[in-house]
Design a protein around this ligand. Structure first.
Ligand code: ATP
Ligand code: MG
Length: 373
């Protein structure tokens, strides 16, 4: 899959710009605070339906603008497509796919496939479990948008359940019937989410280890494990058995949950355990190792996307090369053949003599954004 054009209007610091990309490696280069990440952010909005910086639509609009928008032209083996997103101050966004209005972001997601790496992803290795779960869920949702619905439903049930646990206007016995109903719903959704995450993680782990080991000439090995208390392995992955075990366990926690006034277990608390050369990466990895593992996870995400869709997604790499030593940088640049990459950097000289498409970024304007063919 290749992005051919990206158009921006009143998006972040970009008043008006139309960029054209080459099928290979594209470099957005320039000083700090010019609009490199903003350009990637706009493209990635089409992959996951929202900004990776997790902000409201109104914050994406250029300061003082009433409305704005993004258009993305991209092609896969079958055809050229166009996605549009129109943003308004104080009004809900509008979206179009090939000119036809679509209502929900979920209808949008899964059309354009992109893998994003940004410095914020480094928290994936050392930060709280939330960052690792988000990575996993975002990757899975692009491939199986239906699973987005399971996650949203789970969040809804969790909210209702927590409200019930906090509701001191009724005694525990009066709240018990609804507690059991919600626990049943949670068990169904939890099972679906956990089994999907584990299956994905198993496949991802193999790819990530291969990339990291290649990047470090065999010196570093990584493994990814799923940490949860639903214990699917004990049931051979049988969904009904996993569901029933989760339900029994959840109900046995009832007294503790009513005392704590919150839900104490479930996939909103699960984690990925990343092990680097047999030690937990969260505790021992260096900065460069952090970045290398995160990068290997992103390359792995791209491989699994290709297996599922038959094509590589577009790789959007924000400031990926800094903090990598020259061997790791070289490995990455060599590895990217056959994929479209849009990468940002402050350092133009890193790409001297390489067959890449350079786009100079200055105060929300983009020069060299013409395809050289
Ligand atoms: P760096 O090399 O530091 O990462 P960058 O080129 O990636 O820089 P961006 O994150 O793209 O920089 O931001 C460019 C500028 O856009 C910043 O000065 C930022 O404050 C500004 N900006 C962010 N949001 C908006 C907005 N809604 N309206 C106008 N400008 C904005
Ligand atoms: Mg940036």
């Amino acid at each position: 899959m290749n992005v051919t054009t990206a158009e921006y209007r009143n998006f972040r610091n970009i008043e008006n710009a139309a960029l054209t990309f080459s099928p290979g490696v594209n470099i957005l280069y320039g000083d700090n605070a010019q609009g490199k990440t903003n350009a990637l952010e706009g493209i990635y909005c089409f992959a996951c339906g929202k900004s990776f910086r997790g902000v409201h639509d109104r914050e994406l609009l250029r300061f003082g603008a009433e409305d704005g928008g993004l258009k993305l032209g991209f092609s896969d083996a079958q055809r050229e497509q166009k996605l549009e997103l129109h943003l308004y101050q104080g009004k809900t966004r509008q979206m179009r796919r090939n000119g036809v209005p679509v209502k929900r972001s979920a209808d949008f997601v899964g059309t354009f496939h992109g893998v994003l790496f940004c410095p914020e992803h480094l928290t994936m290795i050392k930060g709280a479990p939330q960052a690792r779960r988000s990575f996993l869920d975002a990757a899975i949702c692009q491939l199986k948008p239906g699973d987005m619905a399971a996650l949203a439903d789970y969040a809804k049930v969790l909210k209702q359940r927590n409200a019930l646990l906090k509701d001191e206007t009724r005694d525990v016995r009066a709240r018990m019937p609804l507690y059991e109903v919600l626990t049943g719903q949670m068990a169904d959704l939890n099972t679906r989410i956990v089994l999907t995450r584990m299956k994905y993680l198993h496949l991802l782990g193999e790819c990530v280890d291969r990339f990291l080991s290649d990047m470090t000439s065999g010196a570093e090995h990584v493994s990814l494990g799923y940490d949860c208390d639903a214990e699917p392995e004990q049931h051979g992955g049988d969904a009904q058995a996993v569901r029933n075990a989760f339900y029994e366990k959840a109900v046995s926690y009832a007294a503790r949950e009513f005392a704590a006034e919150t839900t104490l277990h479930g996939c909103h608390r699960d984690d990925i355990v990343i092990t680097l050369n047999d030690r937990e990466a969260r505790l021992y990895a260096s900065q460069g190792q952090d970045r290398s593992i995160a990068l290997a996870m992103k390359l792995g995400e791209g491989e699994l996307s290709r297996t599922a869709t038959g094509e590589y997604p577009v790789f959007l790499f924000d400031d990926v090369l800094s903090e990598l030593d020259s061997r790791r940088q070289q490995y990455l640049m060599e590895r990217l053949g056959g994929r479209q990459v849009i990468m940002t950097s402050c350092n133009e000289s890193l790409f001297a003599g390489m067959d890449v498409h350079m786009i100079r970024v200055k105060a929300g304007t983009y020069e060299g954004a013409k395809r050289e063919d």
